[in-house]
Design a protein. Structure first.
Length: 42
């Protein structure tokens, strides 16, 4: 049971970390694009 539980917890942590990284990267990229578009429009 321990051997099966360990990889599950690791995968859950990895998925959470990946989701946070993806969210931060998308948010930062989107924010940068908004700044560029705003400057071009102005």
């Amino acid at each position: 049971m321990k051997k099966r539980e360990e990889p599950r917890t690791l995968t859950r942590e990895q998925v959470k970390a990946e989701e946070q990284i993806n969210y931060l990267t998308k948010a930062s990229i989107g924010h940068g694009i908004e700044k560029r578009v705003g400057k071009r429009q102005k």
